[in-house]
Write a protein that binds this ligand. Structure first.
Ligand code: ADP
Length: 256
């Protein structure tokens, strides 16, 4: 998609992808982070816009939680995680005075900030902009979709865990996407089995296959499974690049 004729700070962004989940805690921010890192390893330039205003976890997951954003003539300068500037981040986490500060805002204030995030961040040239959203379908989702409409969002990746309680919520997410005309790029089943750190065997503690079944039922593409992997948890906790820290991990290939 060529946006070069457009004005604005997203004019040099080639693809915009939203990451959605029905429930919190299913690994949406984790997979957004790992997808961004996998794209960067593939030589792409990537941005993450974190619109989970009440629970911004992207800065910490990428070891950038001590950073702050600065202003330039073109708007907010995103935080870069590397000197090559291949991974750019914008999150309310960079604007809060302390990580413990609670964002207790009503809808209009959230909508206004998301509008600013979409129009006022100087992303520069990016191959992909990934948008990490809060769980469910709330003001933030509507605000981001409305503000991004003229930039033709490529679509949404939906994250679920294998159990019916999570896939049930993703069904609602699918209905939401259809209602607002957002293309579903596919469903990812996260926490799909547990990889033993000792013998590398995978046990299906949360059952398996719910995501794939849901994809079939709803006619959505199934993008694959990512197991519950303690090495991935550790990388996320420490803000490290999982693929660099554990290049031999089999989870690496499922993310890739
Ligand atoms: P969400 O964004 O859906 O609320 P998070 O991405 O914050 O969920 O993930 C919740 C917790 O689960 C985090 O501590 C994260 O490290 C962990 N986690 C998510 N996916 C995996 C996985 N596949 N393997 C191991 N830990 C995971």
């Amino acid at each position: 998609m060529d946006h070069s004729g457009e004005k604005g700070n997203l004019s040099q962004v080639q693809h915009v992808v939203l990451v959605l989940s029905g429930k919190g805690g299913v690994g949406k921010s984790t997979l957004t982070t790992e997808l961004a890192l996998a794209l960067r390893h593939a030589g792409k330039t990537v941005g993450i816009l974190d619109v989970d205003l009440c629970g911004p976890s992207i800065p910490r997951m990428l070891g950038a939680d001590q950073q702050v954003v600065h202003q330039c003539d073109a708007g907010w300068v995103p935080v870069y995680t590397d000197t090559q500037k291949s991974l750019a981040l914008m999150s309310i986490g960079f604007l809060l005075e302390s990580p413990d500060e609670a964002v207790v805002w009503r809808g209009p204030k959230k909508t206004a900030l998301i509008g600013q995030f979409v129009s006022d961040v100087a992303w520069g040239e990016l191959d992909f902009l990934l948008v990490d959203t809060p769980p469910g379908t709330s003001d933030e989702h509507l605000a981001v979709v409305e503000n991004l409409r003229k930039h033709k969002v490529d679509g949404a990746i939906l994250v679920t865990t294998p159990q019916a309680v999570s896939t049930g919520d993703v069904r609602r997410e699918i209905t939401f996407c259809k209602k607002i005309g957002l293309r579903i790029l596919g469903i990812v089943e996260n926490m799909s089995g547990f990889v033993c750190p000792h013998c590398s065997e995978c046990s299906n503690i949360f059952s398996k296959g719910g995501g794939e079944e849901l994809a079939k039922l709803t006619g959505s593409p199934f993008l694959g499974c990512v197991p519950l992997d303690p090495q991935l948890t550790a990388s996320i906790e420490e803000g490290k690049d999982f693929m660099q820290a554990f290049p031999e991990s089999s989870t690496f290939s499922s993310i890739n």
